[in-house]
Design a protein around this ligand. Structure first.
Ligand SMILES: Nc1ncnc2c1ncn2[C@@H]1O[C@H](COP(=O)(O)OP(=O)(O)OP(=O)(O)O)[C@@H](O)[C@H]1O
Length: 155
């Protein structure tokens, strides 16, 4: 299963992310991939709002992992700086924890990822963005089906 959505503005990308933020549960893992400036931080900001996070979400590049309080905790990870190190920062504690994980540059820690996750790839497309969802496992297929049931997101 693979779902392709198109957004023309930052707000539209945030709307999709907000919806996901509203429906995710504890232990859900979202992987975000995309080039610099693709919209990963923009997406995470919308996601956090949907999750009820009040603080402003910024890129965690220098911290690698940042935690935010929402309906459930949000663990925002940007593992860009771990490239080539293969260092385990105790990722399992987060993946199996009380909250939901959003992981940027997740392919750099592929050894530590759970078997099931929702991978979201954001790519530049003319003036907008193409957002492709790759659910791995029944839980994430369900989440994607919920998303495209909504008129706003069905193409
Ligand atoms: N359809 C769109 N969806 C998301 N962002 C968009 C869209 N159109 C334009 N933008 C703009 O693109 C930029 C995306 O920046 P953002 O910091 O979210 O990217 P990033 O993938 O997190 O980059 P980095 O890896 O450098 O942190 C923002 O300035 C945003 O306003």
């Amino acid at each position: 299963m693979e779902i392709v959505l198109h957004t023309n503005t930052e707000e539209e990308t945030q709307q999709i992310a907000y919806f996901l933020g509203e429906i995710v549960q504890q232990k859900d893992v979202i992987l975000l991939e995309g080039d610099l400036g693709a919209g990963k931080t923009t997406f995470t900001k919308g996601f956090a709002k949907g999750l009820g996070v009040k603080r402003t979400v910024n890129s965690p590049t220098f911290n690698i992992i940042k935690e935010y309080k929402g309906r459930i905790p949000l663990y925002h990870m940007d593992v860009y700086r771990l490239e080539g190190s293969n260092e385990d920062l105790g990722f399992d504690e987060y993946f199996m924890g009380e909250g939901v994980c959003v992981v940027e540059w997740a392919h750099l820690i592929s050894d530590y990822l759970p078997n099931e996750f929702l991978k979201i790839v954001i790519t530049h497309k003319e003036n907008g963005r193409m957002i492709t969802l790759f659910p791995k496992g029944a839980r994430y297929e369900f989440v994607c089906k919920e998303l495209i049931k909504d008129d706003r997101f069905s193409n």
